[in-house]
Ligand binder design. Structure first.
Ligand SMILES: Cc1cc2nc3c(=O)[nH]c(=O)nc-3n(C[C@H](O)[C@H](O)[C@H](O)COP(=O)(O)OP(=O)(O)OC[C@H]3O[C@@H](n4cnc5c(N)ncnc54)[C@H](O)[C@@H]3O)c2cc1C
Length: 675
């Protein structure tokens, strides 16, 4: 591993050397930068550059001389994706597409002098190779990564020791010496930022870095150096990428998904507008959290606040048969030795307000009572939205990226026919609240109970604070509406069908509304289009039997924020940027979806599964707590198939392969303005 020197800035050498071409050795025969290369060996990854790019872009061959240091460098065999100079976005256009010395360009851009740190070097007779980083001298911030082959015998003898001393950037030495030289960029490229994470740790996962392959040429035409120069992303840069937009990101919807995206993007320095059609606090169903919500809440900085509020602690989930027998609870702490093992039953009005306030405190501009109506489109991409203020005034607002977090309203999905229902999970739910219903003792007081209804559905029982219980039924429409459409009557009837529920609710008093919802599980045709990404329930909704909704909203909010941050920094906000987002999110949802299918299969029971495959208890618990991302659940999936009809993964939900212009309907953009 290379040692990256501490950012002890070097004070730059300002002495001017006056050595001209006349000082070069008498028998000097100029090197040519493009001589004797024979091309880069296979491990450079050049072969993997897509042919689409090869045809349309300049794609120079790196010289063989660079290959030893390239192979041993952080870049290793990373492919360079070449792109034509005009496609290099600002501010990298300014920084890379020019024929001057890079060091002075960086000094001007960062308003600082530039220092050098050598990661590794090696010298042959006339050639000095090195892998370096350049830093803004005052702050120590890395401003360039470079791989350089310096042809020593092209330099006057007096300069060579300065170069070999390794204290000062080559560009600074050359400029100070008065040697006439120029840059001849051979090509421009991108590489994944992850490759250079050791030197640019601030780069978000999935971002692209821009660089150039450059020749430094003496005025006599001789080659001084061949250099790969790669620039970091900086949070300041993105604003100049999209100077004409009102905001960097517009978020529609202030539920858990929207607040999470907004807070995390604002934290990264983006200008974020969040529109919410309601005034918070407002009632929302979905009170029972999964343990792995903890990690997003921790990242948002609200875990202590959760503890202060004093929500009901949830240590487990348990299952009750129709005749009232209760399963051994799945205690999360038996599986997870972490504070996350204790999760919460939350009143969503208060929980969602806390998250929205958290986003506000991080600089998000939140407008409540403001409804997004439609999307604005320009040149095939979403560039903002049309909305209505609380006074009913229409207005338009623009941003390079819009995040649809509108929950089950799913604005973009509905407007564009992207909603695809999960046919077998076509249930309806009726729910209400009870005061002073019976609670289980001790640790089980805050447990979520899932109580079965004759293979047709289930009750949830979620104990909240102040003696309140959230109670709901989920079942097929025909079953629930078989003799009445009155939710109160249906409720009274079904309570009689589960002994555990009857015992617990009969001691309490129902109050407030009965709510009903249909259109159960669905997933969007795609997760993104150019300039827009779908998050939380606005992307997909899964039957809530395992309380996965808020977890998926928080998790997808976090994933979308990271992907959006990377997209904003790289300047590429096309749907392609969200390919991994869609893939990863669908992967997580599929694991939960298989379990939901199993739950509804009359041949399945958790008891049967665990008795047949005791070693899968841990995997099953991982699913129930939300520890899904990055894990392989193939064995659990195979075991589930022994007892239940498990569906194949859905194919939709990823980015579109190719959007047709008329594939989605958008309002043409008028004058964008903030009211
Ligand atoms: C019956 C039922 C029971 C459930 N039980 C649970 C449970 O126990 N545990 C659990 O984790 N999950 C549960 N869920 C799921 C959970 O409620 C959701 O998954 C979760 O709220 C999704 O969060 P979100 O931020 O994506 O959407 P939401 O929380 O719905 O937030 C979306 C926000 O967008 C706003 N909005 C909508 N349209 C617009 C617009 N045009 N302009 C501006 N704002 C707009 C809305 O007002 C809303 O505030 C349940 C769901 C249902 C239906």
């Amino acid at each position: 591993m290379f040692l990256i020197p501490a950012a002890a800035p070097l004070i730059l050498e300002t002495t001017r050397f006056s050595i001209g071409i006349c000082d070069l050795p008498h028998n000097h025969r100029p090197n040519r930068c493009d001589s004797g290369s024979g091309g880069l060996p296979d491990r450079s990854g050049m072969d993997s550059i897509p042919s689409r790019r090869m045809k349309t872009t300049e794609s120079p061959t790196l010289p063989a001389e660079l290959s030893p240091i390239l192979a041993a460098s952080l870049l290793g065999g990373t492919p360079l994706a070449w792109l034509p100079a005009p496609e290099v976005p600002a501010p990298y256009q300014q920084l890379l597409v020019h024929d001057h010395d890079m060091t002075s360009e960086l000094a001007g851009f960062h308003q600082d002098s530039i220092s050098l740190a050598i990661l590794q070097s090696r010298q042959t007779e006339n050639t000095y190779f090195r892998e370096v980083t350049l830093h803004a001298a005052t702050s120590g911030t890395p401003v360039e990564y470079g791989l350089i082959e310096i042809l020593l015998d092209s330099f006057p003898a007096a300069i060579r020791p300065l170069i070999l001393a390794g204290d000062t950037p080559l560009g600074t030495i050359l400029t100070s010496s008065g040697l006439e030289f120029r840059s001849e960029p051979q090509g421009f490229f991108t590489i994944p930022a992850d490759v250079l994470h050791p030197v640019f740790p601030q780069s978000p996962t999935g971002a692209k870095l821009f660089g150039r392959y450059n020749h430094l040429i003496h005025e006599d035409g001789s080659c001084l150096a061949r250099i790969l120069e790669i620039l970091p992303l900086t949070s300041a840069n993105h604003q100049s990428l999209f100077p004409m937009k009102n905001y960097d990101a517009i978020i529609i919807g202030g539920g858990p998904a929207g607040s999470t995206c907004a807070a995390l993007l604002a934290e990264k320095g983006h200008r974020v507008l969040l529109l919410e059609k309601d005034r918070f606090p407002r009632y929302h169903v979905g009170e029972s959290l999964m343990p792995f919500c903890w990690f997003t809440l921790e990242r948002l900085g609200v875990v202590d606040r959760m503890a202060d509020i004093g929500y009901t602690k949830k240590h487990s989930v348990q299952f009750a048969t129709q005749d009232g027998r209760i399963s051994a609870p799945f205690y999360f702490f038996e599986h997870l030795d972490h504070p996350a093992a204790t999760t919460w039953q939350v009143e969503r009005a208060e929980f969602d307000l806390m998250l929205l306030d958290n986003a506000r405190s991080k600089g998000v501009e939140v407008r409540e009572n403001t409804t997004a109506l439609d999307f604005l489109k320009e040149d095939g991409r979403i560039i903002g939205i049309r909305a209505r203020t609380e006074d009913g005034e229409p207005f338009e607002v623009t941003a390079p990226i819009t995040l649809d977090c509108t929950g089950r309203d799913a604005l973009f999905q509905r407007k564009n026919g992207w909603r695809k229902r999960d046919p077998k999970l076509n249930k309806i739910a009726i729910w209400t609240l009870y005061q002073d219903a019976m609670r289980d003792p001790g640790l089980d007081e805050g447990a979520t109970t899932i109580a079965y209804l004759d293979g047709r559905g289930w009750f949830w029982n979620i104990p909240l604070r102040n003696g309140i219980v959230s109670s709901g039924i989920v079942a097929e429409r025909d079953y629930l509406y078989r003799d009445s459409r009155d939710p109160a009557e249906i409720y009274a009837r079904e309570i009689e069908n589960n002994a555990w529920i009857k015992e617990h609710l009969s001691q309490g008093r129902q109050f407030g509304e009965y709510w009903v919802t249909g259109e159960y599980s669905y997933r969007s045709e795609h997760c993104a289009t150019d300039g827009l990404v779908l998050v939380g329930d606005a992307f997909a909704f899964l039957d809530p039997v395992f309380s996965s909704g808020v977890f998926l909203a928080l998790k997808s909010g976090e994933m979308a924020a990271d992907a959006t941050h990377a997209a904003l920094l790289s300047g590429d906000i096309s749907a392609n940027t969200f390919a991994d987002y869609g893939e990863d999110l669908c992967g997580i949802i599929e694991v939960m979806r298989q379990l939901v299918y199993a739950f509804y299969d009359e041949n399945f029971s958790f008891g049967k599964l665990i008795r047949a495959h005791p070693h899968l208890r841990a995997k099953l618990t991982d699913c129930l707590i939300g520890n899904i991302q990055g894990q392989d659940f193939t064995d659990l999936s195979e075991a589930l198939k022994e007892f239940a009809d498990i569906p194949a993964p859905l194919e939709h939900g990823r980015i579109p392969s190719r959007l047709q212009a008329d594939e989605f309907s958008i309002t043409p953009c008028a004058n964008a303005a903030t009211p």
